[in-house]
Ligand binder design. Structure first.
Ligand code: SF4
Ligand code: SF4
Length: 391
C-alpha cells in the first residue's frame, strides 16, 4: 500500500480510504449495517494497509436527520483492530445545527457512538451557501478552536458541495488542515472543481477525493461509446480502474475514498492501489481525455463547463446543466438514490427554480445556450421525474 503525506498534518495516509457508507446491510435495509459481513471487508482492507476510515452521522440511516449505523459500526472496528491502528474521519452534520451548543453536542455524541476519546479528522459536512451562512452566525470558528484545544479532535477540515467562489471564502475562514470534495476525471469542473482543490493543496491542505468512480457511474454504467474508446486503447483495464488510476495520478489528491460493499470490490481496489505509484503515461492520459470529450459531446445541453457565465442571483448555472446532462447521459431515472450521486443532485438542481429570467446572463455563453430557457428545461425535467424517483 502506498502512503502519502496528508498536507500540513504530516500524517501518512493510505492512498485508498474506506468510505463506510455502502457497507453490507441486513435485509437490504440501507439503514442497518450487517456487522459481521462488513467487519470482514473492513478488516481485510486494514490488514492490507488501509489506514483511513471515513464515516459520518447520517451514513446508513434512512434520513439525513437520524444518526445512522455507520459510526457505531466504525466504533466496533476500532475496538477490534485497536484505536491507534487507523485514522478515523467523521463529520459535523451542519444541517442539524441550529445553535452554537448543537455543535458541541453532536461531537460528544459522535465520540460516544464511535467509542473513542478523539476523532483524527473532523469535517464540517456538506458545506453549501445556505448552511455556511448559518454556521457563521453560530460561530463555527469558536467551536473548531475549542474542539481542537480539548483534544477531542486532532485536525479539522470540511467537505463541500457548492461553487468555487464559496470554496475560496471557506478556505480563507479558518486554518483548515484538509478538505474533501467529489473528484474524478468526469467531474473536474463540477462544483468547486479541480482548480479549487489545487489551490487548497497549494495552501498545505490534505485533499480527500470522494466519488472517484462517480458512485459507480464511471464503471460498468459508462456509456458504450466511452467503453469502446477504453477498449480500443489496447490496454487491458476496466473503466473503474481507469478512473481510480486517474485520481491517484493527481498530485493534489492525497487519497481516494471508496465505499466498498463486497469482498471483490475490496480486493480489486487493494490491487489497483498497488499500481498508484506508477504514473499514467501521456498516451494513457490522452485516452482518458478522449473519453471525457466523448462524454461531454453527448450532452443534451451543450455546456462545455467553461464557467464563463455568472448569475447575480447565485444560481449555479454550470452545475445545473452538468447535473441534467449527467442524469440524461447515464439514464439515471429511477436509480439516483443507488448511485451515490443523489446528494449532488439534491444540493444543486433546485437552484434552477430560482431563475428570475432577468436577462443578465444574455449572450454570456460562447456555446450560444439560452441560459434561462435551458434552466426552465432542467426544472421541468426534474419536477416531472422527482416524484417517480422518490426524490
Ligand atoms: S436569467 Fe436567470 S440565470 Fe440568468 S442571470 Fe437572471 S436569474 Fe441568473
Ligand atoms: S458559459 Fe455556457 S458553456 Fe460555459 S459554463 Fe456557462 S452555460 Fe456552460
Amino acid at each position: 500500500m502506498l502512503y502519502r503525506t496528508f498536507g500540513k498534518t504530516g500524517e501518512k495516509v493510505s492512498v485508498l480510504g474506506y468510505g463506510n457508507m455502502h457497507l453490507p446491510v441486513v435485509n437490504n435495509d440501507y439503514g442497518v449495517v450487517d456487522v459481521d459481513a462488513a467487519m470482514k471487508l473492513v478488516r481485510h482492507a486494514i490488514d492490507n494497509g488501509v489506514n483511513y476510515l471515513d464515516t459520518s452521522w447520517p451514513y446508513h440511516s434512512t434520513s439525513l436527520e437520524g444518526g445512522g449505523s455507520s459510526e457505531p459500526f466504525v466504533g466496533k472496528v476500532l475496538k477490534e483492530v485497536g484505536r491507534d491502528k487507523v485514522f478515523v474521519a467523521t463529520k459535523l452534520p451542519i444541517w442539524l445545527v441550529h445553535k452554537r451548543e448543537d455543535m458541541d453536542s453532536f461531537l460528544d455524541r459522535q465520540l460516544e457512538r464511535l467509542g473513542t476519546d478523539y476523532v483524527d479528522f473532523y469535517l464540517v459536512h456538506m458545506i453549501n451557501s445556505s448552511r455556511w451562512a448559518n454556521l457563521l452566525q453560530q460561530n463555527l470558528g469558536d467551536f473548531l478552536d475549542k474542539a481542537l484545544a480539548s483534544g477531542k479532535v486532532r485536525y479539522v477540515g470540511f467537505s463541500f458541495h457548492d461553487k468555487p467562489q464559496l470554496f475560496e471564502e471557506v478556505l480563507d475562514y479558518y486554518g483548515w488542515s484538509f478538505c474533501q470534495h467529489v473528484m474524478n476525471y468526469y467531474d473536474i469542473n463540477f462544483q468547486a472543481g479541480l482548480a479549487s482543490l489545487r489551490k487548497a493543496h497549494a495552501r498545505g491542505l490534505g485533499v480527500v477525493a470522494m466519488e472517484p468512480v462517480m458512485g459507480g457511474l464511471l464503471a460498468d454504467a459508462l456509456p458504450e461509446g466511452a467503453k469502446k474508446i477504453f477498449a480500443e486503447s489496447g490496454i487491458d483495464r476496466s473503466p473503474a480502474a481507469w478512473s481510480l488510476r486517474w485520481g491517484w495520478d493527481q498530485p493534489e489528491l492525497s487519497l481516494l475514498l471508496s465505499g466498498m460493499s463486497t469482498m471483490e470490490q475490496v480486493e480489486e481496489s487493494l490491487r489497483l492501489a498497488e499500481e498508484a505509484e506508477t504514473p499514467l503515461t501521456s498516451e494513457e492520459m490522452t485516452v482518458i481525455d478522449r473519453v471525457r470529450k466523448y462524454l461531454f459531446s453527448q450532452f443534451e445541453i451543450p455546456c462545455t463547463q467553461c464557467n464563463l457565465c455568472s448569475c447575480p442571483h447565485y444560481i449555479a448555472i454550470r452545475d445545473n446543466f452538468t447535473i441534467y446532462n449527467t442524469t440524461r447521459l447515464f439514464n439515471l431515472t429511477g436509480g439516483i438514490h443507488d448511485k451515490g450521486y443523489d446528494l449532488m443532485l439534491r444540493n444543486s438542481w433546485q437552484e434552477a427554480d430560482l431563475c428570475l429570467n432577468c436577462g443578465k446572463c444574455d449572450n454570456m455563453c460562447p456555446q450560444g445556450i439560452d441560459i434561462p430557457t435551458a434552466l426552465r428545461k432542467v426544472r421541468r425535467y426534474f419536477d416531472q421525474n422527482r416524484a417517480a424517483w422518490g426524490a
